[in-house]
Structures are given as C-alpha cells and as structure tokens.
Write a protein that binds this ligand. Structure first.
Ligand code: ADP
Ligand code: MP5
Length: 273
C-alpha cells in the first residue's frame, strides 16, 4: 500500500464569519501543507462583531464523525477547540480514548473575543479533569488559565505558576498565552515542556483589534507540525511565528474583531516581511 499523506484532525465549532474555530483550523493546517479533517461539535452564527447563536451537534453524529475518520484515515495529530458543554466534552473524551488520533493539542476555548461563552460554566471542570490529562499540549489564554489553574494571573510570574499547576493536572506541555496582557508592549507566551525546560516566546504587540481566531490558528499550526513528526518545542516555536505573521500582516475583513491573514507566513518563509 502506498504511504498515506500527512493528515491532522480538528475537533471544533464552526465560525460562519470564517475567522476563528474550525475555519481558522482548516486554513492554518492547509497552509502548513497537512491534510485537514474535521469533527464538527457545534455551529455558531458568528461574525467579527460577535456570536449571535450556536447549536451543539448530537453525541450520535459526533461519534459517527470520529468513526468515519477512524475507519479510513490515518490521523497523525489532533486538536480540540470549542466544545460547548459537558455532554460534548464527554463525547469527545470518549472518542479520543477509543481511537488513536496522535498527539492531542487542547485549546481550551471558553469565551469568544467579543465576550460570548463557547463553553458552559459546568464544563470547565470536565475539561480540566477529563480532557487535559489526555493532552500532549495545552494552550490556554489568560482567562482560561485562570479558570483551569484556579488562580488570578496578573503578572508574568503568575503565568509560570499557572503553567506548573496545569502540568500537575496532567498536561505534558503547557503554553500559557499572554495575548490578553494588553498593557504590555510585547505579546509574551510562557512555555513549560514535559522535561522541565521552559522559555518565553515574545513578539512586539501589534496594535490592532483584528485578532479573531489567534488561539485557534496557533493551536492548529502546532497540530499540523506535530502531525509532521516535529518535536513539541519546534511545533510551538513555528506556531508562534505563524500566528505572529497572521496578525502583523493583517487584512481588513468585517467591522469588529477582524480575522487574520492566514497566508502571511508564506512571506516570512520567503523573507518578504
Ligand atoms: N496584538 C497582538 N500582537 C501580537 N501577538 C498577539 C496579539 N494578540 C495575541 N497575540 C499572540 O497570539 C497568540 C494567541 O494569543 P491569545 O490572543 O492570548 O489567545 P486567544 O485567541 O486564545 O485568546 C499568542 O501567541 C499571543 O501572544
Ligand atoms: C467556533 C469558534 N471557536 C473558537 C472561537 C474563539 O476564537 P476567538 O477567541 O479569537 O474569538 C470562536 N470565536 N468561535
């Protein structure tokens, strides 16, 4: 049999506005030259101004999507994004335990940039206790890290403490993203790896509201790089450079928290920006 082309899986919600969620994952994984597959968990009616409504899909169709993929495709790495509620988190956890979908990156999506909840309050504990222990990498933003590590994060030292706490919960590698520290002129993320190595990844903060889908894009890029067999450290470093380019070389789409330029990293790789 011919060798299969590299495939990755996004388990997430759809953003009708095209900037975040499943759509950001598909665009990013494609840009990294990995074949993207999907398990759709929820559908949002959303644009750059906000989330108007969403519906979560039934556990049955979520199970069936996993089974269809597992019965034919060869997934090398996967990620989770919006999971909506307790039932869907539990359904996804069950399937991730049943099938081997490669290293898992958990982007513990809770609240959209515009403030709409994308995960019910009671599902936070299920993400922490059942999903995070399955993760090879977790990429919480500051509010998510606060909830999962059960602490306030006001300083960079707090980010380090939160990463350590998350590792104690069972996540092997943690990236606490500092995008929400708007007072800082750098956007700095703290990375704590399984072997104890830790480092900061910083980039000058871009003064823009066009950051819709940054977390999805970062975690999708990490997933694509892990699917190729790269190390966690290399995948995270590429993810940071990729998302930074998408913000820095922005495009104007919509009238609110605009989406990213998912093809910007091509120019970085060709030394053009
Ligand atoms: N204005 C910005 N300028 C540069 N980098 C940013 C900016 N906002 C976010 N980032 C980076 O984008 C990535 C996603 O971060 P963040 O916005 O915190 O995640 P989320 O989308 O999950 O809320 C991180 O690497 C962060 O440092
Ligand atoms: C379906 C879906 N998934 C994830 C996000 C988070 O993205 P952001 O934090 O940039 O709003 C979103 N807005 N919609």
């Amino acid at each position: 049999m011919d060798e299969q082309f590299t495939q990755a899986l996004s388990i997430a919600g759809s953003d009708s506005g095209g900037g975040a969620g499943m759509q950001a994952d598909l665009k990013t994984i494609q840009e990294r030259h990995v074949f993207a597959t999907t398990v759709l968990v929820a559908i949002t009616a959303q644009n750059t101004l906000g989330v108007d409504d969403f519906v979560a899909l039934s556990p049955k169709i979520i199970d069936e999507q996993f089974a269809a993929i597992a019965n034919d495709l060869q997934i090398r790495a996967c990620k989770t994004g919006m999971l909506a509620d307790v039932t869907r988190v539990e359904t996804v956890v069950k399937n991730l335990k049943k099938y081997n979908m490669g290293p898992l990156t958990v982007d513990p999506v809770m609240i959209a940039k515009g403030g709409a909840p994308l995960l019910s309050e009671d599902a936070v504990a299920v993400v922490r206790d059942e999903l995070l222990p399955l993760a090879t990498v977790a990429t919480p933003n500051l509010p998510e890290a606060e909830k999962l590590a059960d602490m306030k994060i006001q300083t960079e030292d707090d980010m380090i403490v939160a990463a350590k706490r998350l590792q104690q919960i069972g996540v092997k590698n943690v990236m606490v993203k500092g995008g929400h520290f708007v007072s800082d002129d750098q956007s700095s993320d703290f990375v704590l790896l399984e072997d104890g190595k830790s480092f900061w990844l910083s980039a000058p903060r871009v003064d823009t509201v066009r950051t819709h889908g940054t977390g999805d894009t970062l975690s999708a890029c990490i997933t694509a790089e892990l699917a190729k067999g790269h190390t966690v450290e290399d995948a995270i470093r590429t993810g940071k450079k990729f998302v930074d380019a998408t913000i820095r070389d922005g495009i104007i789409v919509g009238h609110g928290h605009g989406p990213l330029n998912h093809w910007a990293y091509r120019k970085v790789e060709n030394d053009e920006i």
